[in-house]
Ligand binder design. Structure first.
Ligand SMILES: *Cc1c(COP(=O)(O)O)cnc(C)c1O
Length: 383
């Protein structure tokens, strides 16, 4: 299928989410790309470049989504979509050679940290753990590094990393930089523009936006890196199903509206949490008193929809709060239209430096007053 394309740099991100990845306009053409359910494609002889050949190598339903994500991230090459965010993470981490050196944030997504542990034991990768709020201390770990893995804000602790300084120092040290941009989405932060080599996403979260699909993506503007990621996806086989790819593009169409509303709600919730007597601490980069606020204001176009809080009375009280919620859902994941709350340390894979009383909120698009009434009555059970 040919795609209608235009010069993306001229177009604002909140237009791109709607306009990118449309079929070529022609009389009677559909305005949405079709779902192509075919495991193989007609062809004979030695396949030429760009030929589809087989459904694990390429699928026409991936193309519009890969085009749209690339335009949003201001990448020069199409993104690559995967079966999950973790498949994209695994593909990017596969660029670290056996016996190589990998720098990771102490509070990266716990699945990414799990995979790092696997690389350390099975491929003898040297892992260096960084506190991303300490820019100098992080840069001091870059000597001899093959890859620097970054997340900003981090999941779940919402620490903000100086992406420009860290990617520049990593490049000077000869390391490939990867930024997991799931929390921010390309609407709020474009790491390739800040100097990153590769961006990965759990499109399961804000891109899909409705908690009904699992999908991942990786984006780069460098041909040799994209070729290696593409080869990894093809050979390891963690490809996106055509329906999941279609559903994610369907979700992407409203991402600007959803993120805008969720962010406004998150700012309101964070501000109110500061005054609730059951809460001992709040993390949200949008709060002027947050340690990451200035950096976030500099490198982001917004502060996102994830808020962290600590419950003064401790872990059991935090569980009581979650059980007392009626509108918010106590569930993992984030970035959907519905508001979710989770005590992250319920997962054994979560680093112990995440406090046991820490609750991560993914603020949805409901009415702010309704969200606050429910959350504050639940927090009252922890007084
Ligand atoms: C959820 C998440 C992932 C993993 O994505 P899946 O789609 O669940 O495989 C990776 N990074 C971050 C920051 C996430 O929140």
């Amino acid at each position: 299928m040919t795609m209608h394309s235009f010069h993306a740099p001229d177009i604002a991100p909140d237009t791109l989410v709607v306009a990118a990845g449309r079929p070529e306009r022609a009389p009677d053409a559909p305005v949405n790309p079709p779902i192509v359910l075919s495991s193989t494609f007609v062809g004979a002889g030695v396949p030429g470049p760009g030929e589809r050949v087989y459904g694990r190598f390429s699928n026409p339903t991936w193309d519009p989504l890969e085009e749209a994500i690339a335009q949003l991230e201001r990448a020069d090459l199409p993104a690559l979509v995967y079966a999950s965010g973790m498949a994209a993470v695994a593909s990017a981490m596969s660029l670290v050679p056996a016996g190589g050196v990998l720098v990771v944030p102490r509070h990266a997504y716990n699945g990414s940290l799990g995979l790092v542990g696997d690389l350390a034991t099975r491929s003898n990768v040297e892992v260096r753990i960084a506190d991303l709020e300490d820019t100098e201390g992080t840069i001091a770990l870059f000597g001899g590094a093959d890859m620097v893995w970054l997340e900003s804000p981090t999941n779940p602790m919402l620490e903000v990393a100086d992406l420009r300084a860290l990617t520049a120092a990593a490049r000077a040290a000869g390391a490939v930089t990867v930024v997991d941009n799931t929390f921010s989405t390309p609407l709020l932060q474009r790491p390739l523009e800040l100097g990153a080599d590769i961006v990965v996403h759990s499109a399961t979260k804000f891109m899909g936006g409705h908690s009904d699909v699992i999908l991942g993506a990786a984006v780069t503007s460098q041909v040799h890196l994209r070729e290696r990621l593409h080869a990894h996806r093809t050979l390891h086989g963690a490809i996106a199903g055509p329906f999941e790819a279609w559903l994610t593009l369907r979700g992407l169409r409203t991402m600007a509206l959803r993120v805008e509303r969720s962010e406004r709600n998150a700012a309101g919730i964070a501000r109110r949490l500061l005054t609730h007597p059951a809460v001992s601490g709040v993390r949200y980069p949008g709060l002027p008193e947050d340690p990451g606020h200035h950096l976030a204001a500099e490198q982001m176009d917004g502060f996102g929809a994830i808020v962290g809080l600590r419950v003064t009375a401790g872990e059991e009280a935090a569980e009581r709060v979650l059980n007392a919620l009626r509108l918010w859902l106590p569930a993992t994941s984030l970035g959907g239209v519905e508001s979710l709350a989770e005590r992250r340390r319920r997962h054994t894979g979560e680093p112990e430096s995440v406090p046991a009383d820490f609750i991560r909120l993914s603020v949805g698009i409901e009415n702010l007053e309704d969200l606050w009434v429910d959350l504050s009555q639940a927090l009252d059970t922890a007084l």
